[in-house]
Design a protein around this ligand. Structure first.
Ligand SMILES: [Zn+2]
Length: 383
């Protein structure tokens, strides 16, 4: 624990962490991130972070239908909750109808139906709503929900590995206690679902930095306002190979000033880690320092904060990063040697917490970042 330079010991940050072994099992069924949840929480636990006095483990909870329908359409929610129980029929007409509905609600391909899907979606949404409610009650300063952060889900369909928009529902809950909310999205993909929900609001500023290139999912977020009526929307489109140094430069030079002018009352951070070096997507080249810097800066703003997960397709890297970020929130230094635990072998060959950068060149040159800065300035005129 750091001491304040004034000599007065700061109050420990009140931190909640959403976890239960049953929820980790359920979240580990997510087809895009099989077993990730279990491995993340196991590493956090192996570093003894869940035992700390200033961390309170809170149980996940299911969102009710009414809560889900605060944002999502009733038809979508009903279908999502019941589709697992609908048997494929001998009747061709009913089968065709089912296939049409699966298509309509996006429950195919990268969001295919899996056993436990409804329960998973209800828990993810309920837990982020609960995180927001706890902040609004002033029960905690920071709530961590690594299984949340599903930023592509839309009002009436699943998209991009995201079945439910826990983020939109969480922000809506936060708005009951906090007039202005800033949403910051560090995932390598554009946070299109959240942007779509709030783009016409001047009370929620959505800021997404992401890889942007032709053919790269979801293809939105080019740095120009999505609609002439859009209000507080800022997109930071970046190229391949982003390094910690440039992430830090962008965060300090572009995102921190946005926070200054917007002056939010609460913060939601989507911390997708699919931009890490070695992620199977292979787009960016980030390590722990880049994400850590962004989080430390956000913590220094001293506003109620929800920290969510997101993408991240190499389980051992996601576990390393989420463990490091948990320790950062708790202001504890942790050893670089991975402790012995159930998934220890996943950390071969070096068994270190740090993630080595790859050799990929950073295409975000000084000249390109000037172009991006101009785009940000233009979008920030509405903030
Ligand atoms: Zn992503």
């Amino acid at each position: 624990m750091h001491l304040a330079t004034s000599g007065k010991r700061p109050l420990p940050r009140r931190v909640a962490y959403v976890y239960s072994p049953e929820y980790a099992e359920l979240a580990s069924l997510l087809p895009s991130n099989i077993d990730r949840s279990k491995k993340v929480h196991a590493l956090v636990e192996a570093y003894s972070l869940l035992k700390l006095r200033d961390l309170c483990v809170i149980s996940p909870r299911k969102a009710t239908v009414k809560e889900l329908c605060r944002y999502h359409s009733r038809d979508f929610v009903d279908f999502l909750r019941t589709v697992e129980n609908i048997d494929e029929d001998d009747d061709d007409d009913e089968d065709d109808e089912r296939i049409d509905k699966l298509e309509e609600y996006g429950l195919q391909q990268d969001c295919s139906v899996f056993e436990g899907m409804a329960s998973y979606a209800e828990h993810v949404a309920g837990s982020t709503i609960e995180a927001a409610a706890l902040l609004a009650e002033d029960a905690f300063d920071v709530v961590i929900h690594w299984d949340g952060g599903r930023h592509h889900a839309q009002k009436d369909r699943a998209e991009g590995f995201c079945y439910i928009s826990d983020i939109v529902l969480g922000i809506m809950e936060l708005q009951k206690g906090f007039p202005k909310v800033i949403y910051i999205d560090l995932d390598v993909h554009h946070g299109d679902g959240v942007e779509n929900a709030f783009q016409f609001s001047d009370k929620v500023l959505t800021v997404s930095l992401h890889h942007f290139a032709e053919g790269f999912y979801p293809g939105t977020g080019n740095g120009r306002l999505p609609s002439p009526r859009s209000k507080a929307v800022v997109n930071i489109p970046l190229k391949s190979g982003l390094t910690d140094g440039n992430l830090i430069r962008i965060f300090d030079g572009m995102i921190e000033p946005l926070k200054e002018s917007f002056s939010p009352d609460a913060i939601v951070l989507q911390c997708g880690v699919d931009g890490m070096a070695g992620d199977t997507l292979g787009k960016w080249n980030l390590g722990l320092d880049g994400y850590g810097h962004c989080l430390k800066t956000i913590l220094s703003w001293k506003k109620p904060l929800i920290v969510l997960g997101g993408g991240g397709y190499k389980n051992s890297s996601a576990a390393r990063c989420y463990t490091y970020l948990t320790s950062t929130i708790l202001e504890r230094d942790i050893a670089d040697d991975i402790p012995e635990h159930e998934y220890f072998e996943d950390y071969a060959p070096d068994f270190q917490l740090q993630v080595e950068p790859g050799r990929q060149p950073d295409e975000n040159t000084k000249e390109y970042l000037k172009v991006v800065q101009a785009l940000v300035n233009e979008q920030a005129r509405n903030v």
